[in-house]
Ligand binder design. Sequence first.
Ligand code: ADP
Ligand code: ZN
Ligand code: ZN
Length: 721
Amino acid sequence: MSRARVLVMNSALGPLDYRVPHGMQVEPGSIVVAPLGPRQLIGVVWEPERMPSDAEVGDNRLRNLIGVLPAAPLAAPLRRLIEWTADYYLAPPAAVARMALASSSALEGAKTVTEYRATGLVPDRMTPQREQALEQIGNHQGLIRELATIGNVTDAVIRGLAKVGALEAVEVDIDSPFALPDPDFAAPALSPDQRAAAATLVDSVTARAFAPTLLDGVTGSGKTEVYFEAVAAAVRERRQTLVLLPEIALTEPFLTRFAARFGAKPVAWHSGLRQSQRRRAWRAISSGQALVTVGARSSLFLPYANLGLIVIDEAHETSFKQEEGVHYHARDVAVMRAKFEKIPVILASATPAIETRQQVALGRYAEVKLPGRWGAAEMPAIEAIDLIAEPPERGHWIAPRLVVAMRETLARHEQSLLFLNRRGYAPLTLCRTCGHRFQCPNCTAWMVEHRLVHRLACHHCGHTEPVPTVCPECQSEDSLVPVGPGVERIADEVKALFPEARTAVITSDTIWSPAKAAEFVARMEAHDIDIIVGTQLVTKGYHFPNLTLVGVIDADLGLDGGDLRASERTFQQICQVAGRAGRGAKPGHVYIQTHSPKASVMQALVSGDAEAFYAAETEHRREAGAPPFGRFAGIIVSSEDQKAALETARLIGRSAPHHEAMEVYGPAPAPLAMLRGRHRFRLLVHAKRALDVQDIIRDWLGALDWPSKVRVVVDVDPYSF
Ligand code: ADP
Ligand code: ZN
Ligand code: ZN
């Protein structure tokens, strides 16, 4: 009798064993339908030795598998990736595998529709409608409905023509293939630096071996053009490329740019796809027809038939870290996928993470550099504005020197960008009479006023309410005051200063779809916008040659909180936003408003000495035993019942194993002590690099029990520490 171990798509369950009925063919990776109680679940067949079961079941108690789906089995490198991700991030393997099987409709295989085409046969019995239809249809092919429209007749006329043989029925796949990119469509002439960098990357593609490379080039150096050469090399070999982008908002401009270079758009994969688009993309990816896919994090787990290259663009971006469901870092998982697939992976960034630089220093990653901007463009000049020495006017946030620069920029008909990483009008609203502050009922967070929509909103759970006219505490009227600026408030200040200028607020509130992003790009290119006021959404990827001035409203914002990554994050963010200035022939200028111009990160930004800054930060991390020299894992305990959460967190803390290479801090209230109505506590595990913390945590938590209303999630390599 033959049995199969199956990873069923239920995260609460481990792998289960089934009987393979006579005549059914399965192999590791096969996608099957398995019974579970009264239900039927999709599952993936796994090698039993690689996926131990906690409950071996005797042959006589096995249930039969129901069927095998027509989709191709998941290949061994992808199965290794699923195992690795589940193991490393302490996640249920089924939750990881589900990201690979992301379109249940595609798993069912091809679906066809009947189309008709003219055969040239003239029907014996001709009617005016038939004549008219055949004349109009000509060589068209299509569904009954379409042909009826083209021929301007009823569906019945078309059916009649098919019946008498004047139209022939053909079965076609509903998922039409994607247009193929042409590697030679519009290849740019590269500069000598770019050519050398591209040659190294192309070699890594043709060598067909695991090879991680950091493509380290200043903003505007042409990193995209350079890695496009590697993509072209993979396309020439008919091998697939995955380009990972940090944000969906960036996919649309990327598609346009890619099409200009390759004559066809790549396949886009993101959470906004309709079911039919998802199905078509999944099938083209798993058959190998889709040669280039661009996507956000989740595209990493798709079953590429013939992957030849992975590119991680803006590889330093924090949004590659997934903080819900399976907590994983897409950058790190991408490198592992490349390793299992034995292919090159390119990490492109102007401000690589310290972790990535360390891999280069250790010789594990190759490095390719682009030292200067492409063409005539120069790096922008960066100045700090000391907010204590040169304060803005009372009740304002833009310092006089920046106002002057904005006026001059407008006079030259060039564009400006003011950056403040805070959505809404004001981060806090309070009552002037009694001091009441508006807090989210579900989270430990202030409600943020959004004037564009006249509401108070929580940025953590999405709760909103109308802006009240009287204070709910003391009933005073007109006593509510906004405290501090958000982008909307800065935009008001800009409009008051420059009423003639066209000002646009660019945040996730205004750019909430790829179409909105495309519209924004078009307006910038047509110079319908003079001044952008935006959040981190505008810091990445965009290339506007006429944008020559960047002002950072509050450079100190990211330094609060005191976590060890704060300086690095601030440096990266300000470098990226500064990198939007002066990307064309006109020189760029950047002003950084700060209360601490002497801080090492501000000094590094002004002097442009990234190396010295990184060296000092790396040393700092080494001393603290922080990544990449040591490691952290968070254990987050949450429940709607605060007492239950705290008791479980304490139980976990008390049961912590003793290890000289490891320390456990907490439990303490998590950074957001209440989120979406759940109270949260966090234990932080700090360990030496060499220690297998995952194994320790698995044993530690595995021996404990807690009430079902308490959720315990492990965050391996948490973003903040
Ligand atoms: P980065 O990703 O390094 O910030 P980009 O790849 O966006 O830089 O390049 C910046 C701008 O310079 C883009 O408009 C790009 O098309 C242009 N560019 C870069 N290299 C070339 C080249 N060799 N030929 C033509 N245009 C180039
Ligand atoms: Zn009040
Ligand atoms: Zn909330």
